[in-house]
Design a protein around this ligand. Structure first.
Ligand SMILES: [Fe+2]
Ligand SMILES: [Fe+2]
Length: 162
């Protein structure tokens, strides 16, 4: 599809983030299983539930574009998940594995924050009010998740020692 207008770019990016959320929905249970700390497990569990709702919001955001909600493979998320998967295969002390899992998860959150930030800016410019609200809610959630992980990492990194 040719990207002639900002509306085209918005639609393309929305397809990308739909794929990103779908990929993460499959990856999070594996990260949850691998986490040792109960707090980290529940942080992943919480974000898994949020991710399901986020996917629905993205699907609804397509309405403003007048086009069908169809995903397009997000290669960046595929790469982030692939890297996380290979890290999870490493032999590591429980606390160190938790620290690594947080690092992988925060890379994902930062990617999502960048994407939703752009999408919100574009939605505003395009006058897509509904999409702007829905994507803004996702952006807030990703930012909160990132902050919660930072908080958790302070504790976990300390117990992982040096
Ligand atoms: Fe998300
Ligand atoms: Fe997220």
């Amino acid at each position: 599809m040719a990207l002639k207008t900002l509306a085209d770019a918005f639609h393309d990016e929305l397809r990308d983030v739909l794929s990103a959320e779908r990929q993460l929905l499959k990856a999070l249970p594996k990260m949850m299983k691998k986490a040792h700390s109960a707090e980290l497990k529940s942080a992943f569990e919480k974000h898994l539930a949020e991710t399901e709702v986020q996917m629905e919001r993205v699907e609804q955001a397509f309405e403003d574009t007048g086009k069908a909600a169809k995903a397009k493979k997000c290669e960046a998320m595929a790469g982030l998940i692939e890297e996380a998967s290979s890290m999870m295969e490493e032999e590591a002390d429980p606390e160190v594995m938790d620290a690594v899992l947080i690092s992988c998860a925060q890379k994902v959150e930062h990617y999502e924050i960048a994407t939703y930030g752009t999408l919100c800016t574009w939605a505003k410019l395009l006058g897509y009010a509904n999409a702007k609200t829905l994507l803004g809610q996702n952006l807030d959630e990703e930012e909160r998740t990132d902050k919660a992980l930072t908080k958790l990492s302070t504790k976990i990194n300390q117990s992982a020692g040096v």
